[in-house]
Each structure stands twice: as structure tokens, then as C-alpha cells.
Design a protein around this ligand. Structure first.
Ligand SMILES: O=C(O)c1cc(=O)[nH]c(=O)n1[C@@H]1O[C@H](COP(=O)(O)O)[C@@H](O)[C@H]1O
Length: 355
């Protein structure tokens, strides 16, 4: 009997079949998630995200305990400091907004004790009813990526979150097992496509050719020659994620379960991102960092994201966290109001920001 069969859960499994495809089967199975018999119908991450947008809005507060913020908050630069920092953000966010995004790097800094702190923050966020996006930016060849998926998304895993950020440098296909595991578990993932940092431009706008028939008819494709389509790297990632959502998920859900990271500081057209195609049902959920400290403003959301605006998680970290523990709640409330106000205005242009 494997540990998944005896109910210990995926995270502790030591002898499993070699591929997620085999584990999950065509439609997924409860065994893959450490359960028994048929997989119970789970609510998709896209559906849960859409509900959150409808009830508490699109703001996401990042939990990024930089050293200087720990100092300013009067907390030690240690695992107990980042634990306390994260738990205070969870307390302040609960009831005001619906999504948090702990930045794993600031916990990993403190090794095993940091991960123990992160486990507590993730659990507290989920217990408070928040959607928790673990910003871990994982990715690897398929078999290792699958283990990352289990670590961050499997029910009962110590690091269980509602969604995880992924990198697709090994190819979007290398993440298939994570996508399938996410779907089966009602979880989500956000794959880096056009990142907010200035260094991203050359790599993510580089043109790549593909002969994938699916890709050729999807987002980001430029003129094609004899079945080959030209994509930017960012556009290819977007296309493949969009294709996955189109072939999976629950019919009728407005949002797919697998999303993209698109930086708010970017002109998405420069990156080969076709917002209209990605917004077609099921729309690709977008995680959008880059507001505040990196320069983007809430009044630019509609111009940057266009048709994707209603599918976008608007993420802020330092610009909220700098308010300190005593001003945190007020700062979150204020930013949530400002964002709601900006999104309620009629859209002006759709050409995108310039940075
Ligand atoms: O995946 C992310 O969240 C992410 C992607 C990206 O393109 N740019 C980006 O800034 N991020 C993360 O979003 C957060 C931004 O923090 P602030 O600039 O303080 O709001 C950090 O945790 C980054 O690691």
C-alpha cells in the first residue's frame, strides 16, 4: 500500500507511479490527491477567483517581509519576524480583501524555520477565507515540476496554497502535471509570461517559431508561414496556457484555472500578448504585479489589461506594507477603494502603459 492509498496524502508519498498522466488518468482520480474512490467534484480555482472578484474585489496584498520592512515594523530579521509579519497581514486583510500572495523567497531565507513560518502563514490565510497565492515561481522538467505541484497544491501538503506561481522556461508542457493536479484539486497556477521587471524585455519578446496547430490559432501568433506561427516567448506561453484552459476546466466558468503573470508596468502589445484572445471564455486569469513601487497605477489597469481587466488580480506589496502594522488595515482599505473606483470608470484607451 502506498502512502496515498493509506490516506497519508501526497506530500508524504514515497513510492508513486512515474508520471502524473498515469497517476491522474484522463479525468483525474482521487488516488492522485490522496483520497479514495472517485474524485469528488471540486470547485475550480477560476470559479473561486471569479466569486472573490464579485464579492470583495480584485486587490491582492503581497506578503513581502523585506529586511527594511521588518525593521520598520519593529520585528526581528528572523523566522519569527517573518512569521509575525505574515500573520499580521493576514489579520489585516481578512474581511477587507480576498487574496494574499506570500513571497516565498523572504521565508526561504531562514531555511527550515522560515518554511515552518510560511506554513503557518499559508494556513492562517486559508483559514481566514482568503485565496492564497504562493509566490514560489517553481518550474523544472515534468517529473520534478510535478513534485512542486504536489508540494504547493495537494490537499494536506504542509505548504498547501490555493495557487502557485510557475516559470515556463523548461517549456509550458513541462508544467502539464502541475496544471492537471491543480485542476483535480480545485487549485490554480499563474505562469510567468510578461514579467514586470525591466530585464524581461529581450527574452520575453524574442520571436520563436512553432508548428503547433493549436498554438497557431491562438493568442500571440503573428503571421504564419506554411503552418509555422511566430510568437514572442511571452505570447507562446500565453497561447499554451490559454489552450490548456480551453481544453479543461468546467464548461460555463468565466475564468479558467490556469493563469498568467503579466506585469502592469508593461505594454502587453510589445510582448506579443493578445488581450482579446486571452479574454475569450474561459478567460485566462491574470496576476498583475508592478503597482506602486514599480511604477504602475490603478488608473492604468484598464488601459494595460484591456479586455482582461475583469480577469486580473491586482497585486501590491511594498506600497501597502510600508504603512506599518498600525496603518496596515487603513492602507489596505484605501487601496481597495481606490482600485474599485478606478475599475468603475469607463475604460479610456486600450493601448497599454509604456514601461
Ligand atoms: O509573480 C509575481 O508576483 C511577480 C511577477 C513579476 O513579474 N513581478 C513582480 O514584481 N512579482 C512579485 O510581485 C511582488 C511585487 O512587489 P512590490 O513591487 O513591492 O509591489 C514581489 O513579490 C515580486 O516578486
Amino acid at each position: 500500500m502506498t502512502s496515498t492509498e493509506d490516506g497519508e496524502g501526497l506530500a508524504g508519498a514515497v513510492s508513486e507511479p512515474p508520471s502524473a498522466d498515469r497517476r491522474l488518468g484522463a479525468g483525474g482520480s482521487a488516488t492522485a490527491l490522496g483520497g479514495h474512490g472517485e474524485l469528488p467534484a471540486v470547485r475550480g480555482f477560476g470559479a473561486r477567483l471569479a466569486e472573490t472578484f464579485g464579492t470583495v474585489g480584485q486587490l491582492c496584498v503581497g506578503i513581502d517581509p523585506h529586511d527594511y520592512l521588518l525593521d520598520a515594523w519593529g520585528l526581528p530579521r528572523s523566522a519569527s519576524g517573518v512569521r509575525e509579519f505574515g500573520l499580521r497581514v493576514v489579520d489585516a486583510a481578512a474581511g477587507l480583501i480576498g487574496i494574499i500572495k506570500p513571497q516565498v523567497a523572504f521565508y526561504e531565507l531562514y531555511g527550515a524555520a522560515g518554511f515552518a513560518a510560511l506554513e503557518e502563514v499559508l494556513a492562517a490565510g486559508r483559514a481566514a477565507g482568503l485565496l492564497v497565492i504562493a509566490d514560489a515561481k517553481r518550474g523544472d522538467i515534468g517529473t520534478s515540476a510535478e513534485a512542486y505541484g504536489r508540494a504547493w497544491l495537494a490537499a494536506g501538503s504542509p505548504l498547501e496554497a490555493d495557487a502557485v506561481t510557475l516559470t515556463a522556461y523548461a517549456g509550458v508542457g513541462s508544467l502539464t502535471a502541475v496544471f492537471e493536479l491543480a485542476e483535480a484539486a480545485g487549485k490554480g497556477a499563474f505562469v510567468l509570461s510578461a514579467t514586470s521587471n525591466p530585464e524581461s524585455f529581450a527574452l520575453q519578446t524574442a520571436q520563436v517559431a512553432t508548428r503547433s496547430a493549436d498554438s497557431a490559432s491562438s493568442a500571440g501568433a503573428a503571421d504564419s508561414v506554411a503552418g509555422a506561427a511566430e510568437f514572442s516567448t511571452a505570447g507562446l506561453v500565453a497561447s499554451e496556457v490559454s489552450t490548456f484552459n480551453g481544453q479543461h476546466g468546467t464548461a460555463g466558468d468565466r475564468l479558467g484555472n490556469i493563469g498568467l503573470v503579466l506585469g502592469a508596468t508593461k505594454n502587453l502589445l510589445d510582448y506579443g500578448i493578445d488581450r482579446d484572445l486571452l479574454a475569450a471564455t474561459p478567460a485566462v486569469p491574470v496576476l498583475a504585479p508592478g503597482f506602486g513601487f514599480q511604477g504602475a497605477r490603478f488608473d492604468q489597469v484598464q488601459s494595460v489589461f484591456g479586455a482582461l481587466t475583469a480577469s486580473t488580480v491586482v497585486a501590491v506589496s511594498r506600497s501597502v506594507l510600508q504603512a506599518g502594522p498600525s496603518g496596515l488595515e487603513q492602507s489596505i482599505r484605501q487601496q481597495a477603494d481606490e482600485l474599485a473606483e478606478a475599475l468603475s470608470r469607463p475604460a479610456a484607451g486600450v493601448t497599454g502603459a509604456t514601461r
